[in-house]
Design a protein around this ligand. Sequence first.
Ligand code: NAD
Ligand code: UFG
Length: 337
Amino acid sequence: MTVLVTGGAGYIGSHTVLELLQAEQNVLVLDNFSNSSSESLKRVKELTNKTVTLIEGDIRDKALLETLFTQHSIDSVIHFAGLKAVGESTEIPLDYYENNVWGTINLLQVMKQFNVFKFVFSSSATVYGDPQTVPIKENFPLSATNPYGRSKLMVEDICRDLAASDSNWKIALLRYFNPVGAHESGRIGEDPNGIPNNLLPFIAQVAIGKREALAVFGDDYDTVDGTGVRDYIHVVDLANGHLKALAHLAKQNGCVAYSLGTGKGYSVLEMVKAFEKASDRPVPYKIVARRPGDIACCYADASFAKEVLSWTATRNLEQMMKDSWRWQSNNPEGYKK
Ligand code: NAD
Ligand code: UFG
């Protein structure tokens, strides 16, 4: 039996493929390389000494999906493929809805056509909007403030409707908090295009001297030191959450959402300090205005995933930082030589 992994060449996908291969699963990856390259999976193969079939193509291509489901004995799908930049989504919303929403509908239609009902979806903590309290529980109200977030919420709603319409469906909506870090080998990691939007890759590029200073978006939030607080989770822990969710689907009924986080929040300045310690490099920063749309504080109540999936994050902040730095310093240009 084969797991189809869409977007498997990307940051979280490549780490998940590695864990799947180590767990002796057959893996088929579909990726259009719009935000990745085949190099990540070449390295995954080297690290695991296992093979993975990689198809260059798009989830919006129904004929291609039908061919893949005909040619391979796919019995479950982990769906990472999509666009993920919040700012960009406000500039090109149609691309976001086309890729993230229509692409997913296309995939679900072909799954149904081939009687494949096990589906693990990359959702995001962004669906909790600006929570009234923390830690955030799965039953908190859902909302979205930008097209990216709305595309995730729309897909969640579609999955809930689908599961309600047909009890064959078994769907895990995985709401990631803030994935950081890299595989401990330093061979695979996050390889952002251009100027990183996210905190950790930006800090890492400052530490290595590619960028002058980090702009800290606001120090007047109601948090420990005024800077934004987030629940950073090691990407390998997150990858393992997918394996647990997939294994649990056999016993699960319908569509269930799980928050995947550590349950701990760190501020931007705490992250800067921890990275300086792990890298032994200075990370100069300057305080600038708040970034529109940012919230003060966001961290998970991770107890539901622990109770139901027997999954819990095991890597601490120091490991996240050490692994990020190893990846950044061994691959200053990412996957480009
Ligand atoms: P990524 O960009 O590294 O990976 C996404 C992969 O999907 C890329 O390899 C890209 O080439 C591919 N892709 C995009 N559109 C495609 C299409 N139409 N057809 C085929 N392939 C396509 O991103 P990531 O950080 O690994 O995120 C994976 C998923 O997790 C995304 O759905 C993202 O929205 C979600 N997510 C990410 C974060 C985060 O902070 N990284 C947080 C919450 C949720
Ligand atoms: N930050 C800075 N400077 C930067 C980048 C970020 O100060 O250059 C701050 C932000 O203001 C925030 C924290 O660092 O307080 C984290 O910001 P990120 O952009 O790394 O992450 P977000 O929490 O804003 O968003 C991320 C993903 C979203 C996802 C969300 C919830 O980018 O896609 O987590 O999962 F929806």
